[in-house]
Ligand binder design. Sequence first.
Ligand code: ZN
Length: 237
Amino acid sequence: MKKLKWIILFIVLFLFLHPKKTIDHFFIEENKATETIGFIIDSQRPGPTVYIIAGIHGNEISGVLASSHLESLKIKKGRLVILPEANKRALEDEKRTIPSLGDLNRAFPGVKKGRDVAELAFAISRHIDIMKPDIILDLHESKHHNTNEVYALGHSIIFADFEAVTIVEDIIKIMNKKIKDPYVYFLEEKEGTFNWEMTNRDYTVLTFEGTVGESIDNRIKEQENFIRIVLNYLGMF
Ligand SMILES: [Zn+2]
């Protein structure tokens, strides 16, 4: 009997020290033409919530592929909420936007009843308000790579909340170790973008811009590297 008590105590202690991570799925715009699925990895330990959104533009696939593969990721603390295919219709067509829908990245924060794209933006904004992330990563790709000679958005982080400049500078410093063309940062200024509108709601949003010109493997690696560095910086990975 005494032995049994010890075994139970050991199991309880083990479960307490090694809480099992859970994975839940959620739908945005369920049963509508713009329906898309996401997932939540919960470490079951207190910590930050990071929201990763990809595929706002349908021809920027590296962030979509990098974030879709994160289900097996083990995080040390907090929660990871992932919406890999925000604009599923545009992704299916491999187009930046669907002309009849309009640009999702100009439709935020969206409206409850309106065009499909505005309703989709509204549903995403509402989901973010439910999840209340500490930081949001918004994954994109640009046509051209920013270098010392070329001014372009590719190879950069974009943000709109100047209070986030310390985090951005810290992350860029880590990303720029051992690389030839340094990453740079830009300030977001366009109304209706996911970044601008979510910043207006007091979220910290980092938009990552990879570059389309590279091989798909390198483009995915670049996005994965950005995600890993941010999670590492937050002590989650
Ligand atoms: Zn984009």
